[in-house]
Every structure is written in C-alpha cells, then in structure tokens.
Design a protein around this ligand. Structure first.
Ligand code: ADP
Ligand code: MG
Length: 687
C-alpha cells in the first residue's frame, strides 16, 4: 500500500487534524511538516506499565508515580524560597505530598482534580510520604498515551506538553496508511530489521521492550546507512586513476633490501594497498596503526611499486619537522633501491626549492617528501601517481574531499588509532586498513603514574638515565590553549624549574610553538645529535620525532590530556634498543584521575586505549560532517552501535557496487530519502 498523504505538506495545510493550534505550537520545536512530526522521536523512554502504588515507595529512591491532586498550597519561606506542595492520591487509598521549589507558576497548572505523572526523590518519615519533584507531566490525556505503557519522552520546550506531542504523533500515525519502505524486504530480513512503518510506530509508541529495541535498531541502521551512502558516494566512484602493474619482481627487490621481513599484518595491509593500485579506480585509503607499527615501511613498498611503474610519488607531512623525519626514514628504504628523492620544505633556499621543483617537473625525481602547503602549491609533476598524506592532525571530511579530488591514488596514514566504529563514520569516505600490533622485538614502554609530590624522584630517575647516556623528553600541557603566550610561559617556567631540579651539567633544550621554524629545527637537530639531554616542550610542538636514544618521556599534569594523546606521546620513546619509560605525573590526586590514567599503565595497545578514550569522552566533533551536507545522525551512536555501523557500511558498499549511481528501480525511494537527509542538514546549517 502506498501513502496517500503528502508527508511533506506543511502543517498549515491541515490535511491531518492535529488540533487547531498545531502549526504554531509545533513550530516551537521546529516542526513544520508532517514528516517533521513523524520523525520527531522521543529522546528517551519510561516504563510506565506498572507505576508503583504510593505505599510501595522506598525512602531515598527516585521513582515515577501517577496520581490525582487533592489539595495544594504555595508558600514563601522567610528566606524568600517559594515552596509549592500538592497533596496527591494514587486512587488506592495512599497519599503523598509532592514538593516543588521556586516554581510559583505551577499554581496555574496544578490544582485539585488534575492528574499528574511525577518523578522525583522519595522521602519517607514515619507515615508521611514526600516526593521532591524533579520532573512532572500534567496528564491531560484522554487517549491514555501517557501511562500504563512504555512512554516516550520527547524533547520539548516550555508550554508544549509531553501529552500534546504524543497526541500529535498518535493522530498522525492513525491517519497514515502503511509507510512505504525504501529498503526491500530481502534486505530487511538479511539485516534483521523491522519495516520502516513498524519502526516509526513503535518508536513513538512502543508496544513492548522488544518492539522498542527493534524500532531503535532500524532507525539507527537507517541513520548509518544514509551516512555511509553519502560518504562513499562523495568519493566519486566513477573517478578513474591509473592501473599500476604490481610485478612480483618489484616486491622481491623491495624486500631483498629490507632489513627485516614484514609482519603478517603489514603484509596484508600492503596487499590491500596493492589491490587498490592495480584497480583502475582512485585509491582513497586510510592506513592506520599505532606509532611504530610499521606503516612507513608499508607505504615505502607502495611508493616503490609506483616508481617502478615509471610514475612519481609524493608524501605530504603537516610540518617541516615531520617532513624531514619522513625523508630520513624513507631514505633508508628507498635510497638503496635507486629511487631519486627530493625534500621540499620551507627552510630550503629559494634556489634549492626551484631546482627540486624542476626535477619533479621534468621527471628526473621520482619521489618528493614535503609539507602539504609546498607540495600542493604549484609543484607540476611530470607524472604523479601516488600521494601519501601523513595525517598527524586531522582534516574534516570536506577538506579531505577537496584535497583528494586533485590527487591521483591517495593513501592517508594516521598514527592515531581510532576504533573501527568511529573510523567508519569519521573516515567513512576512505577505505580502512589497520595494522594491529607492533613488529617483533620491540620492548614495551614501562609506564608509571606518580603524584606530583614525587616529581623530584621522577627527575632523579631521569637524571640516572641521562648519566647512562640516554635522553629525556619532558612535556607540559597548555594551561590555556587559546593563549599562545601562555604556552611560552608554561614551557619556559618548566624549563627554569628543571634547571633548578637537575644538576647544572644537564643540557636542556626548549621547544614551543612561538619559536621560528628554523629555531625549532635547530633545537630538534641538537637533540637528535645528542647535544641536548633533556627536551622540554609543549604538545603543540609535534614531538613527532624519532630519536631512538630517548628513553624517558615525562608528562607533567598528565590529567589534562586525553588518553589517546598520552598514548601518542608515549610512542615517542621505546624506539631503540634500550628499555624505555613513560612517567605520567598527575597534577591532582583524585580517584577519577588515577583510574583514567591507570588505563595507560595497564594497556599498551593504541586501539584499546582509543576505545576507552572514546567511551570516556564521547566522539566529540570528530566527524567533521556538519558543514559538508552529509546526513546527520539522529539517534545513531558511534560509541555503542559498532555492530549496526558495520552492517550499514557493508550494505552501503554492496548497494553501490551493484549500482554506483543508484539509478536502478530498487534504489528510487532510497535516493529520494538520501537527498532528503542530506538536504535537511544543509538547510539547518544555513539557519
Ligand atoms: P610507523 O610508520 O607505523 O610509525 P615505521 O614503519 O616507521 O612505523 O616502523 C617503526 C620502526 O619499526 C622502524 O624503526 C622500522 O624499521 C621498524 N620496523 C617496521 N616494520 C618492521 C618489521 N616487520 N620487523 C621489524 N622491525 C620493523
Ligand atoms: Mg612513521
């Protein structure tokens, strides 16, 4: 059956009678069409199938009850506090006094004869029973939508009651014929989904817990399905890139000069990348793995294959320091193979930059490493075949999309492990390759959590390590992120502090964001050459440097960092043959801090830590979808809906594989809904 009602009609058309005032009243929560009302789902649900008799209420507990007002009285205390009390009966002979503070307007709503549903804290003193009201509803509801059932609680504003919203939803649903579904029955069955019609009806008025769970599952699934379709389609599936030849000979040559053999994880990551290089469509892949998991080695193999095909490759790093680091690293792999490499950074002279550009333009150079800005602006490659983007900092979907558009095959490397559920949403426009675990032979970094009172001992230990020839990082958080001057202050005062604490022989260097690029480089270079023992820095400075001789990472005020960030910092040590240590100095001694930071002591794996971090801090604004016109999640939850996300992703991929442009008859309704959801966000964004 198809709907005969135009859901997109404005409420003012009054094709369904939701009450004379409906258009004005519902506009208060942003609802202007029937579709809006249908899609306006409860934010949470209360089980009101068996509300307790007053007699069963327990002192100190929070409870929801329903009853009728018998009497009421409002008072102002001597201190000016307004106290409003209503005597209630539950109709079964029990009484209770409901108490509200400082809400004098209640006198207009609460009077004898009115039925109320109340939630609050129970106070029982002998036979006196009180409820300190935290939330309540006037139950002016003749259709019994508000009690004796599982009841949805809608987001609302003052003056628009729950009962009113429920009634509006009910009248609309009653007037609606079966909602047409944009998913076929076979898809519903395969994914264990109820129909859209069932989901909508149960979402507003759940018949049971099971029906509610099934409804939410379907509605969440749709959230993620449309997001995935939009993300995957943003990749321009028709985009042709060239198809590289992957000869065994190239891989053999690469591996022959590699001082180790690739791990199983590296090998399978490489296979995924090589399959993309072989395929005629553009590669857009995220390669993620912990610091030191061996991403660079894998990327080097891909670069080599492209170069052997006669094409060029580029690696773009977010900063000068990191570009140099990558250059040195990759040189180890690629130089012996005869790859002609260039470094393109701001500290080269204009003449050197010009010469490098010319070699890239003529094809005399095979591979360039540089900062993004330098490579993006005006390098005319003879034949760029692969761009590797080191994403130490993250782009939003929109930025990434425009960057990738101008490039050939693209491999994004991230050393910030992200749980898969989040990666599939925030990086959903990319295919995902993960290197789990670390190469063999790496000694885990010993991590300790100490209170600030033990700081001196920490630095005594650090000094012992220095005396044994090792080096030390000390990192301090920014007090105020927005204030660049505070950053200097934080770093310089820590430096001054350390000059007091450590023996005068200690060679201490300082890095902070206000140093000029050349000065930063000079400090880093000195540290790398072991002309410095201790490097003090704020985290705005990427400590993204590989100094194998550095074995101690001290993090001051560690509680100010997220777990993932701490893990990232810890990854700066443990890169050489010596045992390494990470010391988290907790600036506060609270139990919460101890528990949170304790996770780092306990876990070494970046993905485990990222998962914990996500649970503790929520996904935040990582998706970067807001300004991009992508469908928004209405009830889908990145933290808890991993299984649904996987299923939706798989279905979206299958749909697009079957019909990249979604023009087949089966996709007709789906496309309409996809457009509607994508547009809805854009419109809201403009307002
Ligand atoms: P990432 O780029 O993920 O930080 P790298 O590729 O730079 O990791 O590798 C980190 C370190 O581990 C490097 O010193 C590298 O030589 C070494 N390494 C990489 N892969 C292996 C492996 N399969 N076996 C042994 N050592 C490896
Ligand atoms: Mg690396």
């Amino acid at each position: 059956m198809s709907t005969t009602l135009d859901l997109d009609a404005p409420l003012t058309a009054k094709t369904v009678d939701l009450g004379a005032q409906a258009p004005t009243k519902l506009a208060a929560v942003g609802l202007t069409s029937y579709r809006d009302v249908l899609g306006y789902l409860p934010r949470r649900y209360e089980d009101r199938r068996a509300l307790p008799d007053f007699g069963n209420l327990v002192d100190g507990e929070t409870a929801t009850v329903s009853g009728t007002v018998m009497s009421r009285v409002g008072n102002r205390s001597r201190r000016g506090l307004h106290v409003f009390r209503a005597g209630m009966t539950d109709g079964r002979g029990q009484r209770l006094t409901a108490v509200w503070f400082n809400q004098p307007w209640l006198e207009k709503q609460v009077f004898p004869g009115v039925r109320l549903i109340l939630s609050g804290r129970v106070k029982r003193q002998g036979s006196r029973l009180e409820l300190a009201v935290q939330g309540f509803e006037v139950d002016d509801d003749s259709e019994s939508l508000s009690f004796n059932r599982i009841v949805g609680i809608y987001p609302t504003t003052q003056g628009l009651s729950q009962a009113y919203l429920r009634r509006a939803a009910k009248r609309l649903l009653d007037a609606l014929p079966t909602l047409p579904d944009y998913l076929q029955r076979s898809i519903l069955e395969a994914n264990d989904l109820v129909s859209l019609d069932r989901a909508m009806r149960s979402g507003h008025f759940p018949e049971s817990e099971e029906a509610l769970a099934a409804a939410l599952r379907r509605l969440k699934f749709d959230d993620f399905l449309f997001l995935q379709l939009a993300l995957l389609r943003s990749r321009d599936p028709g985009r042709v890139a060239r198809s590289f030849e992957v000869r065994q000979e190239y891989l053999d040559d690469f591996k022959a000069l590699l001082p180790f053999s690739l791990t199983e994880h590296q090998e399978s990551a490489l296979q995924e990348i090589l399959a993309d290089l072989t395929a005629p469509r553009q590669m857009a892949r995220l390669l993620q793995g912990d610091v030191g998991s061996g991403k660079t080695a894998v990327a080097a193999a891909a670069i080599y294959v492209v170069v052997r095909n006669g094409a060029q490759a580029a690696l773009m790093a977010p900063t000068e320091i990191l570009a140099r680091q990558h250059f040195l690293n990759l040189q180890q792999y690629l130089f012996p193979l005869g790859v002609r490499m260039e470094l393109l950074t701001g500290t080269l002279t204009a003449g050197e930059r010009r010469a490098a550009r010319e070699r890239l333009a003529s094809g005399e150079a095979d591979f360039v490493v540089g900062t993004q800005a330098l490579i993006q602006e005006g390098v005319a490659f003879a034949d760029l075949g692969l761009a590797v983007i080191d994403e130490e900092h993250r782009f939003g979907v929109e930025q990434r999309r425009s960057l990738i558009k101008d490039l050939p095959d693209v491999l994004v490397m991230s050393a910030t492990p992200i749980p898969r559920s989040l990666a599939l949403t925030s990086y959903g426009d990319l295919d995902l390759t993960t290197i789990a675990g670390l190469p063999p032979g790496r000694v885990a970094v010993k991590t300790a959590l100490v209170p600030a009172t033990k700081r001196l001992e920490v630095y005594r230990f650090a000094w012992e390590q220095v005396k044994e020839g090792r080096q030390v990082y000390v990192v301090t958080p920014l007090i105020e992120e927005s204030e660049a001057l505070d950053e200097v202050l934080a770093a310089t005062s820590l430096e001054a502090d350390l000059r007091q604490i450590l023996p005068s022989a200690a060679r201490i260097g300082l890095l902070h964001g206000r140093l000029a690029g050349a000065d930063k480089d000079a400090v880093m270079a000195a540290f790398r050459r072991h002309e410095l023992d201790v490097l003090v820095s704020t985290t705005v400075i990427e400590v993204g440097v590989d100094v194998p001789n550095a074995t101690v990472m001290v993090i001051e005020n560690a509680e100010r960092f997220g777990l993932a960030q701490l893990h990232q910092l810890r990854g700066r040590v443990g890169r050489g043959a010596h045992a390494s240590h990470c010391v988290l100095v907790a600036g506060d001694a609270s139990r919460k801090t101890r528990e949170r930071l304790g996770a780092l002591v306990k876990h070494a794996d970046g993905f485990t830590i990222a998962e914990l971090d996500l649970r503790l801090r929520g996904p935040g604004d990582i998706r970067g979808t807001r300004q991009s016109g992508l469908p928004e999640l209405t009830i889908g939850d990145v933290v808890n809906d991993g299984e649904i996300i996987e299923a939706a992703r798989a279905l979206a991929e299958r749909m697009l594989a079957a019909d990249p442009e979604l023009t087949a008859p089966w996709a007709a309704r789906l496309v309409v809904e996809l457009r509607r959801r994508s547009r809805a966000v854009m419109v809201r964004e403009i307002i």
